[in-house]
Design a protein around this ligand. Structure first.
Ligand SMILES: [Zn+2]
Length: 426
């Protein structure tokens, strides 16, 4: 546990922040006492999720430790797109140069092409979290390559899509015994899937939509790294050609490390609707290179080539960058959905303008609320002289989301780590 500060009420926090002005149609939805329903704690299926050891490795606490470290970087914004069934935040990192103001605002306005990577759908596939970790480490590095990547692109990384499954020791399912990988069109959606789908759709509706979407997995029995190639019958000839280009671009940076496109082909007779890649193909066609990547089980002693997560991470990122550079954005052959029916608990779409709160008297007396990253309201009040004073209902034990509203519209949201609350400024 990395939170060291214990609250003693009242807590006084001086706000030295810049605000985004939001004028999204969703904004009023975000300003409810419970912006996302808090579900009952569900019991995991005892047979499916019965690992008695300390889990598969790289657990939720490992992720939160890393988040605390990563959050120190000026190039990263730590956020949550929602929560799991058992209430664990679905952490999302946004990495780019020029976050304005550094780390404090939840959305960025940029025309940089976007790469979206999610990992750890299947809890036993711990290698996917290790690659995600190496990707984040690489992108936050001080090297010229990392700087250039941040300068040219924006990266969204969800390192743990199924934190309940990881904590419960499930092999492939979440706390409701659902395999999230093949539940992207389920009705109703699992909370995790609704949150990810919403994040995808908000990104696609932004000024800089997703160009490459990678879904990181690891296969137990195949001693190879490879992509699931979607055949032209289930996509298009054009897309199949682009997939081959993309895979070659990634292979270039890890010679011999990643298999050719034809190791595993799928969608040979039809287009499935259940996968994240289905969502991208069915709604956005060639505009998004959406692929599943399979790493290798590095616990298997008969597979000596396993591991090398750093090489894999760099190849995935540099290959994605090359692919985007080479191919200007495609006109979609599909009519994409106009708006997200899957709002996350704390998101909105930003438009323009930011300015110092302290210099703006118009925020005086505006209501604010403080939520946990999974949407539980823990405090609220009104701004007084740029200062929040509140008595938290419960002692915060993790990161918090601060929301400021005006006339039921969301003006600002900030990600806060509680032990910074005593610092001044934040
Ligand atoms: Zn998997």
């Amino acid at each position: 546990m990395y939170i060291t500060h214990t609250f003693s009420a009242p807590v006084k926090v001086t706000v030295y922040i810049f605000l985004f002005i939001y004028s999204s149609a969703h904004a009023t939805d975000q300003w409810a006492d419970t912006p996302y329903p808090i579900p009952e704690l569900l019991k995991a299926n005892a047979e499916t999720c019965s690992m008695s050891v300390d889990g598969w490795g790289y657990n939720f606490s490992d992720l939160e430790k890393n988040l605390h470290h990563w959050a120190q970087s000026p190039f990263v914004l730590v956020d949550s797109i929602g929560q799991s069934i058992q209430g664990r935040p679905l952490y999302l990192l946004t990495i780019t140069n020029g976050l304005i103001p550094a780390k404090r605002s939840a959305e960025i306005i940029t025309d940089k092409p976007r790469v979206f990577i999610h990992a750890r759908t299947h809890p036993s596939e711990v290698q996917s979290s290790r690659i995600a970790t190496e990707i984040i480490t690489f992108l936050l590095d001080t090297t010229l390559a990392s700087h250039t990547l941040r300068e040219k692109f924006v990266f969204n990384i969800l390192p743990m899509y199924n934190p309940d499954g990881v904590e419960l020791g499930c092999e492939r399912v979440n706390a409701a015994d659902i395999n999230l990988e093949s539940a992207f069109d389920a009705n109703p959606l699992q909370p995790e899937t609704a949150a990810l789908k919403g994040a995808f759709q908000r990104a696609m509706n932004s000024e800089n939509p997703i160009r490459v979407a990678l879904n990181l997995h690891s296969s137990k029995n195949i001693c190879r790294r490879f992509f699931f190639f979607h055949q032209a019958n289930g996509t298009s000839e054009a897309f199949a050609g682009l997939e081959k280009d993309f895979i070659r671009d990634v292979q270039y940076y890890f010679p011999g490390g990643i298999e050719d496109w034809n190791l595993f082909t799928s969608w040979s007779n039809s287009t499935p609707s259940v996968y994240p890649e289905s969502f991208f193909w069915n709604n956005y066609a060639e505009t998004v290179m959406a692929l599943t990547f399979e790493d290798i089980n590095d616990q298997d002693p008969s597979c000596p080539i396993a591991g090398a997560f750093d090489s894999t991470a760099k190849a995935l990122i540099l290959g994605s960058a090359d692919y985007i550079r080479k191919h200007s954005p495609f006109a979609s052959t599909k009519t994409p959905p106009p708006d997200s029916p899957f709002p996350g608990p704390i998101h909105s779409t930003p438009h323009g303008l930011f300015f110092p709160l302290l210099n703006s008297a118009e925020y005086e007396g505006r209501p604010w609320k403080l939520f946990t990253p999974h949407g539980k309201l823990i405090a609220k009040g009104v701004l007084q002289e740029g200062t929040l004073i509140f008595n938290p209902d419960t002692t915060p034990t993790g990161p918090l989301i601060f929301l400021l509203a005006h006339n039921r519209k969301l003006l600002s949201r900030l990600f806060i780590i509680p032990n910074n609350l005593t610092d001044n400024p934040w």
